[in-house]
Design a protein around this ligand. Structure first.
Ligand code: SF4
Length: 340
């Protein structure tokens, strides 16, 4: 006959299990890639936002001509390397933890050497927890990963469609090259060199009906950022703009339908127009914060001239929206439970 254990022993066992779970659960959750983290308790003593996560668009030049591009080639200016490093050091002193290099196309300038040196500097010298790049992926070579892959946490590759005709309509046609094959190659290099692979998609009139479930699941990115096509005065709409993106714009309902179609993709992170406008800290090629709150990019003075604290006051940055949209997430590859 089986004897049941005394009730007090069962209680003790359950309490021990509960204590074990409460000590291990945070570690397990911390390791989930893409998981949002809560807002920190402390803000800057002066009340100005801390530049926790910064997007540095160091070049406006690009080899593509996407019809909705909201950071167009209005100048060909790029800071000298030493000045860019000085600005990054100032940002680190002001509390930066994550830097994202963007453009334009970051791998165009000096064939990727410039961004490689910045990535190395941010990881080795500044010891930033997270260093990432957003690229259209068309110019990256394996040689780059061999030299700089170890300093990079995340590579985000833009992909708006898995159909070449749609990419041509958008302005991202790769001619004889297949965008899908290129993505697979980049994903493999990311695996080989220990870089987290992310995909960014802009949902617009030409891809809003597409079903991307199978392709995204096969590529298995740590994060799939899905943006609603956004109009920015002076960039992709208005008299001074280099693009006319009106014909790409979709309604909130169209965007919601796309999201609903992909609701089973667990790494999907949606970004509506409202979330995008003022929840990013954007630095332009002169290291000026760009304030997008009024639907156009109004520059502050450069952090190289007035310092971070004075410049950031004019950034229009909404720190609460940044945390609400999950802007702070597990962004260091050292903390991610990568599969490889
Ligand atoms: S790849 Fe990016 S930077 Fe280049 S044109 Fe397209 S949206 Fe603009």
């Amino acid at each position: 006959m089986m004897l049941s254990p005394p009730r007090h022993l069962l209680g003790l066992l359950l309490r021990a299990l509960a204590a074990l779970w409460s000590s291990l659960a945070p570690l397990w959750l911390w390791g989930a890639p893409g998981r949002r983290l809560p807002a920190p308790e402390k803000r800057s003593p002066s009340g100005t936002p801390v530049p926790l996560s910064v997007n540095y668009h160091f070049t406006r030049q690009c080899n593509y001509k996407c019809g909705f591009c909201f950071h167009t080639a209005k100048t060909s200016f790029v800071l000298p390397l030493q000045e860019a490093k000085r600005g990054l050091s100032l940002l680190k002193q002001a509390g930066m933890e994550k830097i994202n290099f963007s453009g334009g196309e970051p791998f165009l300038h000096e064939r990727g050497e410039f961004v490689g040196k910045l990535v190395q500097f941010c990881k080795e010298d500044l010891q930033l927890p997270s260093v990432s790049i957003v690229s259209n992926g068309s110019m990256i070579k394996e040689r780059w990963f061999r030299c700089y892959g170890k300093y990079l946490d995340i590579l985000a590759v833009s992909c708006d469609s898995f159909c070449e005709e749609v990419n041509v309509l958008i302005g991202r046609g790769q001619g004889r090259k297949s965008h899908v094959e290129n993505l697979q190659k980049l994903k493999k290099w990311c695996q080989d060199y220990g870089v987290a692979f992310k995909i960014n998609s802009v949902i617009n009139r030409f891809n809003m009906e597409e079903d991307m479930n199978e392709h995204i699941k096969a590529l298995n990115p740590v994060r799939w950022k899905v943006f609603q096509c956004l109009l920015i005065e002076g960039e992709n709409t208005g008299e001074e703009a280099l693009r006319e993106a009106e014909r790409f714009v979709i309604s909130d309902e169209d965007f919601e339908r796309f999201l609903h179609r992909h609701k089973d993709v667990s790494c999907l992170v949606p970004e509506s127009n409202q979330k995008m406008r003022d929840s990013y800290l954007i630095l332009d090629e002169y290291m000026r914060f760009l304030n997008c709150a009024n639907g156009r990019k109004e520059p502050s003075r450069s952090i190289l001239d007035v310092g971070v604290e004075d410049a950031i006051k004019f950034s229009g940055f909404d720190e609460n929206m940044f945390f609400k949209r999950g802007g702070k997430y597990v962004w260091s590859k050292a903390d991610m439970a990568l599969e490889w």
